[in-house]
Design a protein around this ligand. Structure first.
Ligand SMILES: [Zn+2]
Length: 157
């Protein structure tokens, strides 16, 4: 059975355009401030150019933050798709979100299930906030302890 993944890049053309607008606007502000403030030696005369420079830097920073947050959102969406695909086991395109998937895992394992992973120190109750959004296989307390994990100090399984 062929798997149909809808591969979406981290950023789209609109994200690139938004980033470019903010970075260019910020660069223009900084350039104008430099031009405006050059040749004047008094502190008071440089107050305006300084404020314009700070505004430009804020615009550039905002553009970068929005750019990174968009990528983070794309990764989260992709993670949800892959989790849903993994759960469905039939390779079909799934439209579930992480909030649909986690209760299904918790429900199938039972609310008293203990979950953990090889790359974490603690094991948790499946309902623990520290386990929220994770896809960890449930196991018994003995199995977790044999794997070197200790009980979570928050949910105290
Ligand atoms: Zn916990």
């Amino acid at each position: 059975m062929a798997q149909t993944f809808r591969r979406r890049p981290l950023w789209g053309a609109d994200d690139l355009l938004r980033w470019l607008v903010f970075v260019l606007a910020g660069a223009v502000c900084c350039g104008l401030a430099w031009y405006w403030g050059s040749g004047v030696a008094t502190l008071q005369a440089q107050q305006g150019p300084l404020e314009l420079t700070v505004s430009g830097l804020v615009l550039i920073s905002y553009g970068h933050v929005v750019w990174l947050l968009r990528a983070r959102r794309s990764v989260g969406e992709r993670q949800s798709q892959l989790l849903a695909l993994w759960l469905s086991h039939d390779g079909s395109e799934a439209t579930l979100t992480i909030d649909d998937i986690v209760p299904a895992i918790v429900g199938s394992a039972g609310t008293d299930a203990l979950v953990g992973s090889d790359d974490v120190l603690h094991f948790h109750r499946a309902t623990c906030q520290m386990a929220h959004g994770r896809v960890w296989e449930p196991a018994s307390r003995a199995e977790h302890e044999r794997a070197g994990r200790i009980a979570c100090p928050i949910c105290r399984p």
